[in-house]
Every structure is written in structure tokens, then in C-alpha cells.
Design a protein around this ligand. Structure first.
Ligand code: ADE
Ligand code: ZN
Length: 345
């Protein structure tokens, strides 16, 4: 049988789920300038080109050094609402039907912003997402380069808003900050009924040990990035058997480790692991989910069938009911059928 390769148009219109996206990573230069003006924050940049020029990084830590200071423009509940709403509109353009998005409260509370302003702003946007035909949930992440005590305080601040948060994650600089540092707070979060996930970033010191801790000690339901798992066949078998998905972000990987890790994504896909493709911080890497999918498809010669499997995996590992999973997968199948019919005419 001849192989069929997807076009950009096919990928853009494919119904998708986005499971690895940092809301703060969707701060486009235009919105950054608008918020800076509205909140009278001096950012030292006046044009979109100047903001873009400041987005220079070649590692996770150099990326984070640009990423956190940019958040100063986010001051009021309305700003958090606008950031999330602008992202959701963009997601609709990319035919995203389901989003589970990260946010970093400590990046804001540590500069004097109230937790309630962050969560209420983001949640209002999430609540309105049905207007765009998108179902959405929030994942609250702890910053792993802050203390375990700060994570616990943040967890306690979040408890009154429990109904507004679906899951708990862990992000920021992994170097020297293993999952074990946060076991207590993750244990509490699990007992309180939150879903759990954790970043296991690419090619970190002790990557495999961090993956082991995340899977077997913290008992997360997903790994964010996590492609180093390929180095340990027993762990690959474990995630496969336990339906634990990996949320990979190829374009982001290309920036921070100069390798999209497409080879690993394909190998894991072929072994039946629920790998998925996502965008991480699209405003910084100038790549939304369709661009990420197209980038791996184009660079690693993925077939249409492989791209469709990646997208179905996202719905399968999403934190939604089994009935919803079936409905979304039927939507994907119907799209593929209709695309093939048009092609055959
Ligand atoms: N925060 C935003 N993007 C991140 C990433 N790729 N890894 C860790 N923390 C992040
Ligand atoms: Zn991430």
C-alpha cells in the first residue's frame, strides 16, 4: 500500500486536544505591549519587533530568564482573563476542541498579585470557552525552583478554588529540583482528588531517575515531555500498560535542546505509548499546535495515519469521561473520512 503524507491544511483542520500549554507562554508581543501600556509598566520595549528580539534562548534556563520577567505586565484579574481568552480564540483557529492548560500562580503571587485575581481571571475565560466550541480545564503548576513550603502554601491557597482546578503539575527549572522535593504536596493533591502530572524535561541531569520518581512514587497520570523514558524499556512498558500519556512539544524541544526529539516520539508511538504533540509556550516558540504537528510530520516524514494516531492519543489521555473520548475520536474519524472523500472527487 502506498504511504499517505498529511498536508498542512489537513493538520490545521484536524480536531485536536492541547494538553501541554502554559497560559503564561501564550503572551504574544502585541498583548504584552498593550498590557504594559494599560498597567503603566516600563518594559523597555515599544514595538513588536523589539519584544520579539528579546525572545532569545537556547536552553530551558535561558528561556525561563526571558519568560518570568515578561509576566510583570499581568497585574489585574482582567489581564489574566484577556490572556486566556486570546489564547482560546487562537486555539479555535487551530481546530482545538479540548484544552487542559497550565498556569503558574507563584510566578504572580511572588510579585504581589493576589491568588484570587489569577484564578478568577483565568477561570472566567475557561468558563466562556464553550462559546468557541472548546471544552477546557485548568492545571495549577508549582514552580519547582521555589521551595516545597511555597508549593504547600500555594496548594492551601488553591483549596477554596478546588472546583475550578482539574489537576496539579510541576514546571520551571528541573536542574537540582527532582519530583521527590514535592512528594508531600503531590500526595495531598492526590488525596484531595486532583489529577496529577509533572514536567520531566528533555535531557536533564538524572532524567531517568526523575521519571522513575514521577511514575512510581508520585504516581502521576501523565508525563509532560518525558521522552527520555525511551532509555528504559521497563518504564516504557509500564506507561504503555497503564495508559500513562506523554505530552511532547517538538518545537519547544528544538529551541531548548536543538532537537525536536521526533525520533523518540515516533519510536514511542510505534511501541504503542500514548504520545501526543503539543505547543508548550506558543508565543515564545512561534508555534501553535498545528505548527508543532506539521513540524514533526514534515521533518520526520510521518504518515497521515501516524498524525491521526497522535491526535487520537491526546483525546484518549485527556481528563474527560470515556463517553467524551469516544465522541471526540468519532469526530476525528469523520473528519478523516470527509477529507478523503473530497480528495477522491
Ligand atoms: N514553563 C514554561 N514552559 C516550560 C517548560 N518547557 N519546562 C518547564 N517549565 C516551563
Ligand atoms: Zn511545559
Amino acid at each position: 500500500m502506498t504511504k499517505n503524507y498529511p498536508t498542512k491544511e489537513f493538520i490545521e483542520n484536524l480536531p485536536k486536544a492541547e494538553l501541554h500549554l502554559h497560559l503564561e507562554g501564550t503572551l504574544e508581543p502585541k498583548l504584552k505591549l498593550k498590557l504594559a501600556k494599560r498597567n503603566k509598566i516600563a518594559i523597555g520595549q515599544e514595538t513588536i519587533e523589539e519584544v520579539q528580539k528579546s525572545y532569545q534562548f537556547d536552553s530551558l534556563s535561558s528561556f525561563l530568564n526571558v519568560y518570568y520577567p515578561a509576566m510583570n505586565v499581568l497585574q489585574k484579574e482582567e489581564d489574566f482573563y484577556e490572556l486566556a481568552w486570546e489564547y482560546l480564540k487562537k486555539a479555535k483557529e487551530h481546530h482545538v476542541k479540548r484544552v487542559e492548560v497550565f498556569f503558574d500562580p507563584q510566578a504572580h503571587t511572588s510579585r504581589g498579585i493576589k491568588f484570587k485575581d489569577v484564578i478568577n481571571g483565568y477561570y472566567r475565560a475557561i468558563q466562556n470557552s464553550s462559546e468557541l466550541g472548546i471544552s477546557a480545564d485548568l492545571i495549577m503548576c508549582f514552580l519547582r525552583d521555589m521551595s516545597a513550603e511555597s508549593a504547600m502554601e500555594t496548594f492551601e491557597q488553591a483549596l477554596p478554588y478546588k472546583d475550578k482546578i482539574a489537576g496539579i503539575g510541576l514546571d520551571s527549572d528541573e536542574r537540582g529540583n527532582p519530583p521527590s522535593k514535592f512528594f508531600d504536596v503531590f500526595k495531598k493533591a492526590k488525596e484531595a482528588g486532583f489529577h496529577l502530572t509533572m514536567h520531566c524535561d528533555i535531557d536533564q541531569e538524572n532524567s531517568i531517575e526523575h521519571i522513575r520518581q514521577a511514575l512510581f512514587d508520585a504516581k502521576v497520570e501523565r508525563l509532560d515531555h518525558g521522552t527520555n523514558i525511551i532509555e528504559n524499556p521497563d518504564y516504557v512498558k509500564y506507561v504503555k500498560e497503564n495508559n500513562i500519556g506523554l505530552t511532547c512539544c517538538p518545537v519547544s524541544n528544538g529551541f531548548v535542546v536543538e532537537d525536536m526529539k521526533g525520533k523518540e516520539i515516533i519510536e514511542l508511538l510505534e511501541q504503542g505509548v500514548k504520545v501526543t504533540v503539543n505547543s508548550d509556550d506558543p508565543a515564545y516558540f512561534q508555534s501553535y499546535i498545528s505548527d508543532d504537528l506539521y513540524a514533526v510530520a514534515e521533518n520526520y516524514f510521518l504518515t497521515t495515519e501516524q498524525v491521526v494516531q497522535l491526535v487520537k492519543n491526546s483525546f484518549e489521555i485527556a481528563w474527560i469521561s470515556d463517553e467524551e473520548k469516544v465522541e471526540y475520536i468519532q469526530l476525528v474519524d469523520a473528519y478523516v473520512d470527509s477529507f478523503n472523500k473530497v480528495k477522491a472527487i
